[in-house]
Design a protein around this ligand. Sequence first.
Ligand SMILES: Cc1cc2nc3c(=O)[nH]c(=O)nc-3n(C[C@H](O)[C@H](O)[C@H](O)COP(=O)(O)OP(=O)(O)OC[C@H]3O[C@@H](n4cnc5c(N)ncnc54)[C@H](O)[C@@H]3O)c2cc1C
Length: 511
Amino acid sequence: MDEKMKTDVLIIGAGGAGLTAALAAKNAGVNVRVITKEYPTRSQTCMAQGGMNAALGNISPDSIEEHIQNTLKSAHGQANEEAVRYMCSEAPNAVAWLDEIGVCFSRTPEGKIAQRRLGGASAPRACYAQDYTGLKILHTLYERCLQKDIEMLNERYLVDLLCKKDGSVCGALILNIRSGEIEHLFAKSVILATGGYSRVYDKYSTNSTASTGDGIATAKRAGVKLLGMEFVQFHPTGLKNSSILISESARGEGGYLLNSKGERFTNELAPRDEVSRAIHEQILAGEEVFLDIRHLGEQFIDENLPQERKLALLYENVDPVKDLIPIKAVAHYTMGGIEVDNKSQTSVSGLFACGECANHKVHGANRLGGNSLLEIIVFGREAGKSAANFNLCDDKCQNDFDFKKETNFLESLKEYKNEIDFYEKRTFVGELFYKKVGIIRKESELLNAQEELQLLQNQLPQMGVKDGSKVYNTNLVEFIEFRNMLDVCEVVVASALARKESCGAHFVAEE
Ligand SMILES: Cc1cc2nc3c(=O)[nH]c(=O)nc-3n(C[C@H](O)[C@H](O)[C@H](O)COP(=O)(O)OP(=O)(O)OC[C@H]3O[C@@H](n4cnc5c(N)ncnc54)[C@H](O)[C@@H]3O)c2cc1C
């Protein structure tokens, strides 16, 4: 085997979770390689705006116990209390660590880290850097990774996991997007940190176009257990026309939700599932819905919500200082994912997972705003440490992986015809999911969605790739993403059908 292709820990994904895991693994003294299908600094983490929760009590009294209780309440009985206790107790350390490595959190006049209140929180708890929190965190993490000489391979696409004959994971089959070459990257342990799957909702999502559930789909194909895939969080304030997010911090700072009559119709700071349903019901009743932050004043908006003002101006052509912002609820965060224990170990040996692609059982049926950035740091570090300590003494891993011949989807693609346009089908799946696997679900509509997905799976060999070129073939990458989305969608619908009662973000209506 080519020595260049081997490493101790291989991390797929360079968002906040992947980069935190990389730093933790490197600190444990092993070789680390990180791959990403885009560039680390573009990972979706950079879009996070509102903040990261930690009960510091810098604005008004708060406690770790209150953070735990708020998280458990919002999870609707679907979280693991031990995991939640661990995450919330570690939160002050996680913020202190980020502060120490250079994240420029906003400050109070006394110089303490500033905090704001987000939905479902009993106190101002989200630590923020204006409304660019994720961007500042991600770019600082990346800088630290470069400083530590962590190997970064950009524009490398995970196609499938490589498994040994006993089923354990020993590496990844990668498409080098730049060259078109296939690479077998081997490792003693692999961490999936590939983000969530909200983009299956296509234009009804706040997410980056990269959030196509790739890691979850590859894990599923390798026989890894998934959990809670029916729980998809809809965010109350996506811009009406583009679905671009206006952060919860706008309501946290005092923004109102109004209908066309100018009436407030819900508690703006209730958990997201409740507010999203309230908005959806208004829209179904023929109302338009608006976010109103005009009363906060121009100076306050420019100091605390500068990005929200720019986004509203750019994408909706309204100025929040003087105009109402038209909004709708859209898919935002996926609580479901690869089942892991408190050490980020999946059900398959050699494979770990962290970040939005994993289910650490801390968000249950509904995530609290500010708890995802927290999770990616706390459990990113756990994943890095666990993967570094895995199998270190196993010499056999070093020499001969003896891996199962992987199903090479890329080979079989040569047989695929190009009779049906998969881009049209991707749009269709987005519409189907928003209408039938959305904020309010009915059994008959879920069954219909299941049938449609089955049809698309059958048609897949008639779709295929138009562009035959080798170098930078984005058509090929997007087709593999589409295949992953279909695999993920099937599990989402099956899980939704299996859960008959409403629970958090999974809301079941009468026929
Ligand atoms: C608009 C917006 C605002 C948000 N605001 C907040 C907030 O204020 N507070 C909060 O707590 N949370 C917030 N969130 C949620 C939070 O940002 C995300 O859950 C979190 O950043 C996910 O981090 P991650 O590292 O798991 O994944 P990501 O940051 O999505 O990174 C995934 C990485 O995996 C790579 N990848 C994916 N597939 C492949 C593949 N096949 N091959 C190779 N690489 C691959 C990607 O290129 C990327 O590098 C927000 C989310 C959005 C969309």
